[in-house]
Ligand binder design. Structure first.
Ligand SMILES: Nc1ncnc2c1ncn2[C@@H]1O[C@H](COP(=O)(O)OP(=O)(O)O)[C@@H](O)[C@H]1O
Ligand SMILES: [Mg+2]
Length: 271
């Protein structure tokens, strides 16, 4: 058990509900994907999961119990659940990388030696040791994103919420992000990814929830959901390219590009 919601409904002031009666269990996979077009409510859901926004009805649960909204309860929650915002600027406040990452830990009263140890470990994991002393303003978008992830990793939370982790990244940055995700998973963490990057979702997620205008329209394993053209149409999404090769050309459903090339490489050698 871990992070879940029950009948969660949330509306911004004077608006139609942005999230409608969502019951989701983020322990259904090691990487749970939250999939949907722009404006379907992904970021709003993450803010509810962190307790930044409070649902009008239903609840967010941690270990099966509704979360509290007092300062102490939220402090506890955020040691277990950490979020990486879509825009690194939303969570990077300091001018240099190390102070920025250290900020939340100092707030929690973690001792300096432990802070340095955690920062060192997190920067290594995100391939960010060379960024250590750089002013944040000179970092590229991808580098800022990696610093933001390091900032979440040092919290040592069990659940990491990544809001559109590949948005705005170039192809190399996107590849690096996938490698980084693999390392985070190897540490035994649960990851929740919100994205409309359908190929990313297909490649990395093992359970999916699909949202359309705040409503849950499908859930299941990635192949199960992404083979359902009606669901994708309704949610304004297209099939991942590896799924298209399967549905349009009758190729096996390969889990990733490497598997496709490995299989066909072997065939060519046999000719
Ligand atoms: N601060 C806000 N005030 C009012 N409406 C908002 C606010 N933020 C988002 N919305 C609306 O809530 C809905 C969901 O938005 P959002 O959660 O940002 O979607 P996504 O992250 O999937 O793109 C959209 O209709 C959006 O316009
Ligand atoms: Mg968003």
């Amino acid at each position: 058990m871990g992070l879940s919601t029950e009948g969660l409904t949330f509306a911004y002031p004077e608006s139609e509900p942005a999230l409608k009666g969502l019951s989701l269990d983020f322990s259904r996979g090691n990487v749970v994907g939250l999939l949907g077009a722009n404006g379907c409510g992904k970021s709003t859901l993450f803010m509810n999961l962190l307790g930044v926004l409070k649902p009008q009805s239903g609840q967010v649960c941690w270990q099966g119990r509704p979360i509290g909204y007092g300062k102490a309860a939220l402090g506890q929650l955020r040691r277990r659940v950490a979020m990486v915002f879509q825009e690194p600027e939303q969570q990077i406040f300091y001018t240099d990388v190390v102070s920025d990452i250290a900020f939340a830990l100092r707030n929690l009263g973690v001792e300096e030696a432990e802070i340095s140890r955690r920062i060192d470990e997190a920067l290594t994991l995100v391939d960010g040791q060379s960024l250590r002393d750089k002013p944040v303003q000179y970092l590229s978008h991808g580098q800022k994103k990696r610093v933001a992830i390091a900032g979440a990793l040092v919290m040592q939370a069990d659940f990491l919420l990544l809001d559109e982790p590949t948005a705005g990244l170039d192809p190399t940055g996107r590849r690096q992000m996938i490698v980084l995700l693999g390392r985070i998973l190897a540490q035994g963490k649960h990851v929740v990814i919100s994205s409309h990057d359908i190929d990313l979702i297909y490649e990395v997620c093992d359970y999916l929830y699909v949202l359309d205008r705040g409503e849950l329209v499908a859930q299941g394993s990635a192949p199960q959901v992404l083979l359902d053209q009606a669901v994708l149409d309704r949610a304004g999404l297209v099939q991942p390219w590896l799924v298209k090769l399967h549905t349009e050309l009758g190729l096996p459903l390969y889990p990733n590009e490497a598997a496709l090339f490995a299989a066909h490489g072997r065939k060519l050698e046999a000719v």
